[in-house]
Design a protein around this ligand. Structure first.
Ligand code: DLL
Length: 433
């Protein structure tokens, strides 16, 4: 562990620390951010009402829209001269949400990214290839600072230039890989085309996140790369990568709770849900100075696991693999569909790659869904009858698992656009008109 004292803190002690930190954050937000003061006043609470972590539900929620409304710097809780870094989230529409960090914020975030890497067994001996994008996106710089904090060697590749990634991975004896899960698959695919056997390399762990993926995709990645594929979660409003990371048990992501306090709420009624129940993840940052964050609704759906102590020894609570978002859920003819469910079906079918594109459209009043699926090289050159059988099989499985009838289009290998960062799996043409 990178910080055993913090990561194995007895629960009672942790709750006390969280309460103390919460009080300080609430006071800072109330005193320095007019937006928070107005929100709390509207709710009829003052910092004096917050005595322990149990008082958290008395505070109002904030949303991404609140953030956008304060664009660019309205959420900042410190004078501009104390801000040492600015990131912004990659929104698809409108203005981005802006995150400002003080030096203490950067140090705490680097610590959590270092803890994340150590969750996979990384130490100062390791070489960490950072193939998340560097820039406004938090993936690259977040893992870079984490690797350095750990004392490991950071290899700042950023995303892209895949052949060079593979060459240096091999020549530099890289042991830890950080990138999106879809890019990990792309690296494996390109290596195979270059005739390089990645399975002989000394890689030991991969920290894959920033986009939804599935248990089946983990198995696929572990078959083409000689590493433990671990799920890493984070978001720029909270910090960046390293809010939570799986340990080698590969059974849920430890939240670094002394910095980020998680709650699960019912997204419709807004009421807190007990551990074990699925809902929207809400975070309160307990140490953040640059942009105080209190009860931020992430729109991500998961649950807090309640399975007792983790064999790894960490005492923090774990969230389950992310199950989708309250807002990217597709509703097709009244049926809720998450892209991750489609992926889960595809990775189990022989002869197809887990590379796909979901196209949702509307003909008249009826929603239509088409799923373009890439087939393997061998299969594509095979007889038409076999391809038809495969198409029927996918159609049937999707119908059985998701309860929607989708048009399945098989496409040639490597025709679906590869992404260097977050994969774009859905084109919802209904909203474009
Ligand atoms: O994606 C930070 C990050 C970088 C996390 C590298 C992990 C690794 P944003 O661009 O602000 O920040 O996007 C945050 O991405 O609310 C989730 O919907 C999604 N996301 C992040 N990690 C995971 C994951 C970064 N492990 C949004 N599984 C979040 C599923 C994830 N979705």
């Amino acid at each position: 562990m990178f910080n055993a004292q913090a990561e194995t803190m007895p629960t009672g002690e942790l709750r006390k620390l969280q309460g103390q930190r919460l009080r300080a954050v609430v006071e800072r937000a109330y005193d320095h951010v007019p937006f928070y003061r107005a929100k709390m006043q509207a709710q009829g609470v003052t910092p004096d009402d917050i005595r322990s972590i149990e008082d958290l539900p008395r505070l109002p929620f904030i949303t991404k829209t609140d953030f956008r409304d304060q664009y660019p710097f309205g959420m900042f809780g410190v004078p501009q001269k104390e801000i040492v870094r600015i990131h912004a989230s990659s929104g698809t529409t409108g203005k981005p949400t802006v995150s400002g960090y003080t030096q203490a914020d950067i140090d705490n975030w680097a610590e959590c990214a270092a803890r994340s890497l150590a969750c996979g067994g990384a130490t100062a001996e390791d070489t960490v290839q950072v193939a998340y994008g560097y820039g406004l996106f938090t993936g690259g710089l977040g893992m870079h600072y984490g690797a350095e904090k750990l004392g490991a060697a950071a290899l700042p590749m950023s995303a892209g230039n895949t052949e060079k990634q593979i060459m240096l991975m091999k020549d530099f004896n890289v042991t830890v890989l950080c990138c999106t899960p879809s890019y990990a698959l792309q690296i494996a695919e390109v290596a195979a085309a270059m005739g390089i056997d990645l399975m002989t390399l000394p890689l030991k762990s991969g920290h894959f996140g920033a986009e939804p993926w599935t248990e089946a995709m983990r198995q696929h990645i572990e078959q083409v790369l000689p590493l433990k594929a671990l799920d890493i979660y984070g978001l720029s409003e909270v910090a960046g990568p390293g809010v939570a990371n799986e340990c080698l048990e590969q059974n849920g992501l430890h939240v670094f709770e002394d910095h980020f306090y998680p709650e699960i709420i019912d997204p419709v009624t807004d009421t807190p849900l007990p551990d074990g129940e699925k809902g929207e993840l809400v975070f309160t940052c307990l140490t953040k100075e640059g942009v105080p964050l209190i009860r931020y609704r992430t729109r991500d759906i998961t649950l807090l696991l309640n399975e007792g102590p983790c064999p790894c020894g960490r005492t923090s609570r774990k969230i389950a693999r992310l199950m989708g978002r309250t807002d990217d859920m597709l509703i097709i003819r009244g049926v809720n569909v998450f892209p991750s469910q489609v992926e889960d079906v595809l990775v189990r079918i022989e002869g197809v790659h887990p590379q796909y594109l979901i196209i949702v459209d509307r003909q008249g009043n009826l929603d239509t869904i088409e799923i373009q699926v890439e087939v393997t090289e061998g299969l594509f050159s095979d007889e038409v009858r076999k391809l038809e059988a495969l198409r029927d099989q996918i159609h049937h499985q999707i119908k059985t698992m998701l309860n929607v009838s989708a048009k399945i289009t098989l496409v040639e290998p490597k025709t679906i656009e590869r992404s260097l960062g977050k994969a774009k799996r859905v084109q919802d043409r209904r909203t474009l008109s």
